[in-house]
Design a binder for this molecule. Sequence first.
Ligand code: 4UW
Length: 549
Amino acid sequence: ISTNPDDHPNILKSDSKDIVVPDATLPEIIYNKMQQFPNYIATESAATGKKYTFEQIHVKSKNLSKHLRHKFGLKEGDIVAFYMPNLPEYTICFLGALDARLIVTTMNHLYTPDEIAIQIIDASPKLIFTQSHLLNTLKSALKISNRDLPTIIVKDRQDESIPRDTVDFFELTDTAIDVPDSPPGNSADVAIIPYSSGTTGLPKGVQLCHKNLIANLLQIVSPDFKYLKEPSGDFQEITPAVLPFYHIFGMAMNFLYLYCGVRTVALAKFAPDTYIEALKKYRPTFISGAPPLVFFLTSHQDVKPEYLKNLRNLTSGAAPLGYSDEEKFLKKVGRSDVTIFQGYGLTETSPGITYFNKYHVRSEENSGSVGKLLPNTIMKIANVDDPRGEPLGVNQRGEILIKGPQVMKGYYKKPQETQNTFADGWLRTGDIGYYKEDKYIWISDRLKELIKVKGYQVAPAELEAVIRAFPSVEDAAVVGVPHAKFGEAPRAFVVPKKGVQFKPEELEAYVAEKVAPYKKLTGGIAIIDSIPKNPAGKILRKKIKEEFL
Ligand code: 4UW
């Protein structure tokens, strides 16, 4: 009889054979693999057509790595920030910084100065990569945070001049310097710090180590789950990349594409015309996105089935996609040999936890399932009031807790929040779900506050702080409401100050100015008399939903 509590019969284990996670760094693993297909195109810009082969990515990121250490004097463990849209050069920045043993923190290029300042203050980066058109916003953010940062400009075009007091990215990548390589890194070093609000409160830095990222990459390409084919002869997978590289889903996909030799066409933002243009021009073999992208492909009349004639796989995640949505998409494509994969994960798990494996059979019965556990991953369904208690069994709903090599080290400089997120070594996901006899997993609800708009994170606590700063507001609470196009949208419940004339449109405009577009109050504003709270002052979001929605 086992004394290991993880051998409890209710604890779900992966169906798939364990993988071995090598003791290495992410760039070592990727550089090594890229040598198998050096002359294929690795990435290019949809807007300018600028292209890089895998060999060029290797050489340029190595040059960048050396300059970061020698020109800027950065040392292992220093943090650098990326504040830019999806660009082919993003990949060079990533590999270069990680090869130099630096830590990367990423910011959405749509962030406002306030949002950027919060992350700059928290992460204290030593240098930032950005583009000329974002410089004014960055300057405002630096003023708010009372800092100055060496700034590297990734130009859209080689002949563009760069602003004063900034450094030209291409000057660094295109000139070799004769200095030794960085000393070898450690797989337990932190590699990236993306931000996530986790189960509660404001966005926090999620420390993901090289070994976490390598584990998740190798879990996804393990024999039961691998779906991308490596280049050979005339064949190469090609994908339009609109999932933003700053967010864990787009970021991990980008690492996966490099590892599998995929030609990645970077789109700086999602606009229907340019996206459709890219489909028409490149005829992708692979598309990844959140459900709103699948709905777009299905319903937009200018997305012609012939643009999808080479499509072999589509992957959807970050929010639920039902069987009927899959059916409609396949009907639109007019072929049944397109495989749809769904996955579930979190920033805190690098991000993959579950995925459809290659034995998956689409059926009404497993509609809405997020698939099965990746190798080396175990899951416990816990009573929501007692995460340390006896694990629940088949078909019983509770909070999903995870253990695996992809689970984060912890939140950056937040020991208390880190402690609250783990229960006896298990990561608390804040999601409610269950599994069936055949080990298929469903996410049925969300225990945590997080709102997902088009798959992106909106933290109610962050919006509430913005709303409370509006002069006529006494108190506020934000919850997610269902939205036909976005999945969810934030709705504000507001208590106006006594005797003050309150105009919701003014608050809406005020918030829109302070936050990135996807965080706007697109779910509406409702005026109420008081915000339901518990005696400790915690907002009772469930009660708000029950009472007012
Ligand atoms: N169904 C329902 C889903 C699903 C979901 C996530 O912003 P984060 O921290 O991270 C993400 C990660 C997305 C992702 C990871 C791995 C993967 O394979 C894949 O698809 C192929 C997507 O979005 O938000 C994490 C939260 O997002 C919700 C859930 O609440 C989770 O805690 N979420 N995926 N398939 N809900």
